[in-house]
Ligand binder design. Structure first.
Ligand SMILES: CC(C)(COP(=O)(O)OP(=O)(O)OC[C@H]1O[C@@H](n2cnc3c(N)ncnc32)[C@H](O)[C@@H]1OP(=O)(O)O)[C@@H](O)C(=O)NCCC(=O)NCCS
Length: 286
């Protein structure tokens, strides 16, 4: 008997099967995300491909900032044809996103196989993500005009969100619920303030020997006054105190301000780079 595969919304009952796929299959694209793909179950635009009662592939494309959906996860059982699995799931996702008003769908392609799949579907590569690292070295901790650095608290997050929204283009913005999730996972989070309030922030994750600067932003109205440098100087001091001697960061290859800042502060490029792809889905016409 031939059982035709079926695309249907993924749901909480798929938890076990999906976790097996995610754990055992090497054919997994996972977004650099604050949420695990299993936590996203129940979010919109999350589809499972089922054959004979078995989930054999899944695609999660849930929204982040308004009008932006990231491909947060695509996984398929290796015995299946990747193009077939992707095309079935992507066709449904496209249709549903279009029906609900359209969006930009974005993906950072960390694996060549995934890059091929999305490029073949018409995704366009507009940017690269590049990785840099800082290894312990003495730094210039000179004071900066009227900028104070302090520990971030949960109560700061609404103001932090405003700085985030003003500093990043929509593709890279983190809404409040994402910032909250991120904050709960950080090793070290600080804000930069001037006499009017919060003008910048950074979030760093990590462990005993290696930390990762996951987020750094300074409000455009306060840029160029040394707030970015002060946030990093304070971070270097804390990490050094904790015995952490390596700090990595990712940024966009065309982000001159952040590349200028990181290079000035002693970061060097590691050579790792990943393409960022986008696909525009227009709203369905009535
Ligand atoms: C990147 C960013 C955090 C820099 O913050 P900032 O407070 O304006 O930077 P500072 O004033 O501390 O500048 C320190 C050094 O960084 C470099 N720099 C800062 N802005 C720069 C720019 N636009 N172009 C090139 N280099 C720049 C300079 O070397 C500067 O030293 P100088 O003032 O002696 O020339 C800020 O531009 C920003 O928030 N951008 C948008 C969000 C973003 O891209 N975040 C990083 C993503 S990973």
């Amino acid at each position: 008997m031939i059982i035709n595969p079926l695309v249907r919304p993924a749901n909480f009952k798929d938890h076990q099967q999906l976790s097996n796929l995610i754990f055992f299959e090497t054919r997994l694209h996972r977004h650099m995300d604050w949420r695990s793909p299993l936590e996203l179950l129940g979010a919109p635009f999350y589809w499972a491909l089922e054959e004979g009662g078995q989930v054999i592939a899944a695609l999660a494309c849930s929204p982040e900032a308004k009008g932006i959906n990231w491909v947060r996860m695509f996984v398929y059982a290796g015995r299946w044809d990747v193009d077939h699995a992707w095309n079935m799931l992507w066709a449904t996702t496209r249709e549903e996103i279009s029906r609900s008003g359209g969006a930009t769908v974005a993906a950072i392609a960390m694996h060549p196989w995934f890059q091929q799949v999305i490029a073949a579907s018409g995704f366009t590569n507009r940017q690269q993500i590049v990785m840099l690292e800082w290894r312990y070295q003495p730094w210039d901790g000179s004071e900066t005009n009227g900028i104070r650095i302090r520990k971030m608290t949960e109560a700061d997050l609404p103001e932090v969100e405003k700085t985030d929204a003003a500093s990043f283009t929509p593709l890279w913005q983190n809404p409040l619920d994402t910032l909250r999730k991120a904050f709960s996972q950080t090793l070290f989070a600080t804000v930069a303030e001037d006499e009017h309030g919060i003008v910048g922030y950074q979030l760093t994750t990590g462990g005993r020997t290696h930390a990762h600067l996951a987020r750094l932003a300074v409000h455009p109205s306060a840029q160029g006054r040394g707030a970015g440098r002060s946030l990093l100087n304070e971070l270097f001091a804390r990490l050094t105190q904790m015995g952490v001697s390596r700090l990595t960061v990712n940024t966009q290859s065309d982000n001159d301000a952040s590349l200028g800042l990181y290079q000035k502060m002693g970061f060097v490029r590691t050579g790792e780079r990943y393409p960022v792809y986008t696909f525009e889905i227009t709203p369905e016409e009535d």
